[in-house]
Design a binder for this molecule. Structure first.
Ligand SMILES: Nc1nc2c(ncn2[C@@H]2O[C@H](COP(=O)(O)OP(=O)(O)OP(=O)(O)O)[C@@H](O)[C@H]2O)c(=O)[nH]1
Ligand SMILES: [Mg+2]
Length: 302
């Protein structure tokens, strides 16, 4: 799967990548230098290799790669990013996006488009201006993509969890039925009296009900290591596609890890036995995640 991030210089493309995929904090992005030409990065998600192309927005680089349309070829998802703190450049951003759409037309391609109205925060910016800019940006940009499979969102690196969810939804938009399962799981988690984290085997968090276990999409290191180790045991010792692992300490604290179809992991942490209602709901969730894993596998083999 190929994702292309485009937008004028300084609109926040590399920051968005760093915070959502590379476990960077929003503060870390303040020292980023402009991207030269373009940078590509690979990120495994639900067993798929996602290629993320971050196109430098400085004029000289835009000129250079716009003359080589093949660089954009094969984009499944195009993410144009607009800097809401920089309304004086809206028009220029729009012209750039129009040129890009022309280029895709010439390539005979029609990527799915998610427009990010970005820097939707008041970090060094006035609230009143921000609201006006959102309105103007919507007027200017939304009808640009009306012939496409299109959606837009208000994003900010200062809302890291929300940004991770936006990317999760962008990534699963490639799979027809997964979104319903994720939404259902989100509701189920609210009602289970245990800490539950659903992640893929590479440590991308899909849904969770615990604060502070992830940085963007990336699960905390210790838990990621645990999943990794169990996954190795599953593969090399059990030699099965699914497995269950559990541990318990003397005070009755428990941890349980379910791996489904070598792709999805469900980590459950409890401080004692669950009540019957929660246990029933947890069982339902586990069943649903098994199905979810099946769907992913069948989507891959299609
Ligand atoms: N307030 C705010 N600042 C942001 C946000 N995202 C990025 N920035 C800041 O914007 C500046 C530029 O970010 P970059 O990610 O380097 O911009 P870029 O789009 O990659 O720029 P080029 O590589 O030149 O195309 C950095 O100082 C970031 O800290 C955001 O959501 N809110
Ligand atoms: Mg950059």
């Amino acid at each position: 799967m190929k994702i292309s991030l485009v937008g004028l210089s300084g609109c926040g493309k590399t920051s968005v990548y760093s915070v959502a995929f590379a476990a960077k904090s929003p503060e870390d992005t303040k020292g980023l230098s402009p991207t030269i030409l373009y940078e590509t990065r690979r990120h495994p998600f639900l067993g798929l290799q996602v290629g993320i192309f971050d196109f430098g927005g400085q004029e000289q680089f835009r000129k250079e790669y716009m003359e080589k349309p093949e660089i954009f070829r094969g984009t499944d998802i195009l993410i144009p990013i607009v800097d809401l703190h920089d309304p004086s450049n809206f028009k220029q951003a729009k012209d750039y996006f129009i040129d890009l759409l022309d280029l895709y037309r010439k390539n005979n391609e029609k990527p799915k488009i998610f427009l990010f109205l970005h820097k939707y925060d008041t970090e060094n910016y006035q609230k009143e201006l921000l609201d006006t800019n959102v309105k103007n940006a919507k007027d200017l940009f939304l009808d640009l993509f009306k012939d496409y499979d299109f959606d837009f969102m208000l994003t900010s690196i200062y809302e890291q969890d929300k940004l991770a969810k936006v990317f999760r939804d962008v990534l699963i938009s490639q799979y027809a039925e997964l979104k319903d399962h994720v939404e259902k799981a989100e509701k189920q988690l609210d009602e289970i009296k245990a800490k539950v984290i659903i992640a893929d085997i590479s440590g991308n968090v899909i849904v969770h009900n615990v604060q502070g276990v992830s940085s963007g999409l990336t699960l905390r290191g210790d838990l990621r290591d645990f999943i990794n180790a169990c996954n190795t045991v599953r593969e090399n010792i059990f030699m099965s596609d699914s497995a269950r692992f559990s541990g318990r300490d003397a005070d009755g604290k428990e941890i349980e890890l379910h791996i489904f179809k070598y792709i999805i992991s469900v980590l459950v942490m409890k401080s004692g036995d669950l009540n019957r209602d929660s246990q029933d709901k947890l069982n339902m969730l586990l069943n649903d995640m098994k199905l979810f894993a099946d769907l992913i596998i069948s989507a891959h083999t299609d």
